[in-house]
Design a protein around this ligand. Sequence first.
Ligand SMILES: *Cc1c(COP(=O)(O)O)cnc(C)c1O
Length: 327
Amino acid sequence: MVNQLSRFYPLPDQFELSLLQYPVLRNAGLFKPIALHPVVHPSFTAKNIRVDILRADQLHPVISGNKWFKLKYHLVQAKREGHTTLISFGGAWSNHLHALAYCANRLGLDCVGIVRGEELSLASNPMLAEADAWGMELKFVSRAQFRDVRSGLRPLLDALKLTRGYVIPEGGDGWLGMVGASTMMAQSIHGVSRYDEVITAVGTGCTFAGLRLGLPTSARLIGYSALRGQWQASAMAHRLQLCGRVGPWQLTDHYCRGGFGRSDKVLLSFIDEFYEDTQVPLEPLYSAKAMMGLMDRVQQQVIKSGSRVLFVHNGGLQGLRGIAPNE
Ligand SMILES: *Cc1c(COP(=O)(O)O)cnc(C)c1O
């Protein structure tokens, strides 16, 4: 994997070393190996498919799952460039902003979270309230202003009078986020070459792209988007094209259940049943949708008997609080 990455990014090892120099991060256990467990579920057993789960959700209670991997090299880069303020973006329930607020707090950095939705406030949800308590300065902007960021950041930063700071793209995305995500597998306890398929939930697509870079080409990567829109597959094709030759992948919004943040009784009871069967906790924004996708793939026999599948659990359980189904 390191070889594959060094083709276009020669630095991950150095980056990793500079991260270890932050005692607070080291002591937080963020560099410990991530456990990989078999998922024992009657549907998988019936079809003779072995499913393992990468429990990245267990990495840390707040900086959980993929969020740490996407953030880590951004933190190093910010320090290299001498920044003392981190700026980033997200929605009201953003696991990314929540994790970032916590990191910044532990590292003694200032941070600003630009939140989509001018009607929101600190009282809107416990994620925002906690981010605020950790010292993140929250700026609530309209959806239109938020959207405009995609065509250029400067006007919004100027309007918010943010003249200095290291900007981390929404969700921790960007080249450094992607390279960070590519190291997720490397931090697992076991190797990865033996999987026929790897399954992950998709938001910005950063984790998916990173996994594709980090995985051997023998493994097919399947992504289940939490957002509605076919545009994502072509955006991903474009993104991966910039990375050179990558292994097979598929991205679908078939299990988004109406779109981002949408949930329903079927999804919620799936979460309960899955937990009863396997003791693996899922959340309705991402992981449950992806697991439903995998379940169908197994039941419809798209995956051959005898195959080995890896499900990447990206965390997000901290965002569960107070989410009600919107039917
Ligand atoms: C953020 C998040 C994702 C999406 O990751 P992207 O890199 O934005 O695609 C998936 N699952 C969980 C639990 C998340 O918190």
